[in-house]
Design a protein around this ligand. Sequence first.
Ligand code: PGA
Length: 270
Amino acid sequence: MRKPVMAGNWKMNCDNEEAKELADGVTAHAGQVEGALVILCPPATALTTVQSSIANSAIKLGGQNMFWEEDGAFTGELSAKMLLSCGCEYVIIGHSERRGRFGTMDEADADDLAAVFGDTDATVNRKIKSALAAGLKPIACCGELLAERQAGRTDEVVEAQVRAMFDGVSASDAEKMIVAYEPVWAIGTGEVCDADEADRVCGMIRATVADVYSQDLADGMQVLYGGSVKPDNVDGLMAKPDIDGGLVGGASLKADSFAALIESAAQSAQ
Ligand code: PGA
């Protein structure tokens, strides 16, 4: 059986004071939950603060991004080793906001930011391999743009991203990964993907993993849905057979709403 997962992606939110308050709040509400794997991904500047808050709980820590080199002249970047040294066990890799694929911005802004962050399938794959080599577990993201969905290209786009993320990754490493399906048009928009459709795409991702590795490996892999997951839609998502949890932005920034999501994930295992 796959353990349900609820991962909070705080994005560029929370200074250290706010991070402590939020992490303390999540820990108070859900620090001892055993039915779900709970992961907090604060900004890098707050990792050690959050690490202290969750120290005596079952909650795990994750980074939001990393660079593939171990160290060196890469101003502003962080390596897997550095994330590990802050207590991280996980790292989000290839989020659409890092790939420069935005659902909520006008095109000019999105183009500007794409040029700034610029993750591609190839750099996402390098980061995944570097994370695994160092002992960090990637939460690898994929998802289609609205225009791609409207053109009927969802499966083609997502499958290509999934095949690219696993390129050259051994089965024993792939087993440590979590995949997150995040349709870009659903991120931060309040427009959640219909639960049946999200489940269908997560199933397609699992079938792709089975094709690359084996049915056994695919059956054991946690596949998450992300994009406007909220307390009022989470139960419907968690009830689906191929959705093993959520990668949550907005609703992870309030302790009580994130606690409700964790509760739903833990319940779904019963
Ligand atoms: P959201 O973000 O929950 O605010 O839509 C999800 C994500 O980007 O991981």
